[in-house]
Design a protein around this ligand. Structure first.
Ligand code: KIV
Length: 313
């Protein structure tokens, strides 16, 4: 791999202004769809920067997509901060949102503010996201009052999926739908600048939308929202196994990577890689001189004969 430092690149055309929460409110007012995507590392951050995405979420879905956990619950602050900092280094324009991991904000408003501040100070995030209504409403208010923009998340909230009966659509009963609406309104009142609706029937989202003053970003919530978010690995086809119903694979990234690794392994085994264009040349005179030196160095009286090595402790 080339490990040369790379500047974030922007698509050609006029430089875009960094996206802010007020700009997202303007986009909602103008009926301009908001494009949000997750990212967990520097190369994916560069790609979403180049493609002009509006909001980038370093989601705790990283637990499953890049760290191999079974759910989003085990991921911790240190892991999230490392990923968020890598994403920050690849971004200039989109609003960068860090996802507060399970256990980093529920305990108290003080804990929530301290964790949110770490995302801003240590990883350079512009905003944070937290899940659910209930006690999270107070946490969201405290973080917003501390000057950090907060995004809410209702419907299917993966950190508490067990309590919700698993990874399944929420709001299919009128009672559940009323809960989603109440939580979204409470988070809006608490000062959230935007709210994610996850796995909510399209008709329920549509019914709630007229009540929402802040942008609503949907994932499996139908077309009535102000924008859409998908997990990077899902949309580029890097995820293996089954995907939720709401995922559309816009590329077959995994198949392409498999093709690449397989071709590399084959060529190494066949001896066709590296080829002439991948090797460095040396001046023949320098090579001859080196070979002469090598001959002397490896002879019995040579400067580097085995016996001369210092084997002591
Ligand atoms: O962690 C995540 O990726 C998320 C999105 C699905 C909104 O919370």
């Amino acid at each position: 791999m080339s490990a040369h430092p790379q500047e974030p690149q922007q698509s050609s055309g006029p430089a875009r202004k960094p996206v802010t929460p007020p700009m997202l409110a303007e986009m909602k007012a103008a009926g301009q769809p908001i494009v949000m995507v997750t990212a967990y590392d520097h190369p994916s951050a560069q790609i979403v920067e180049e493609e002009g995405v509006d909001v980038v979420l370093v989601g705790d879905s990283a637990a499953m997509t890049v760290l191999g956990y079974d759910s989003t619950v085990p991921i911790g602050m240190e892991e999230m901060l490392m990923l968020a900092a890598a994403v920050r280094r690849g971004l200039r324009t989109p609003l960068l949102v860090g996802d507060l991991p399970f256990g980093s904000y529920e305990g108290s408003n003080e804990q929530a503010v301290a964790s949110a501040q770490r995302f801003v100070k240590e990883a350079g995030c512009d905003a944070i996201k937290l899940e659910r209504g209930g006690a999270s409403v107070d946490r969201a208010r405290a973080i917003a009052e501390a000057g950090i923009p907060v995004m809410g998340h209702v419907g299917l909230t993966p950190q508490t999926a067990t309590a919700l009966g698993g990874f399944k659509a929420q709001g299919k009963t009128s009672e559940q739908a009323a809960q989603i609406a109440s939580e979204a309104l409470a988070l809006q009142e608490a000062g959230c600048f935007a709210i994610v609706f996850e796995a909510v029937p399209a008709a329920i989202t549509e019914a709630i939308m007229p009540l929402m003053r802040v942008p609503v970003i949907g994932i499996g919530a139908g077309p009535a929202t102000d924008g859409q978010v998908l997990v990077f690995h899902d949309l580029v086809g890097l995820s293996a196994g089954r995907s939720p119903k709401f995922v559309k694979r816009f590329a077959e990234g995994r198949a392409e990577l498999v093709r690449g690794v397989s071709a590399y392994a084959r060529e190494v085994r066949e001896g066709t890689f590296p080829a002439a264009e991948h090797i460095y040349s040396v001046d023949p005179a320098e090579l001859a001189a080196f070979n002469e030196w090598l001959e002397g160095a490896t002879s019995d009286e040579g400067t580097f004969s085995h016996a001369d090595w210092d084997w002591g402790p």
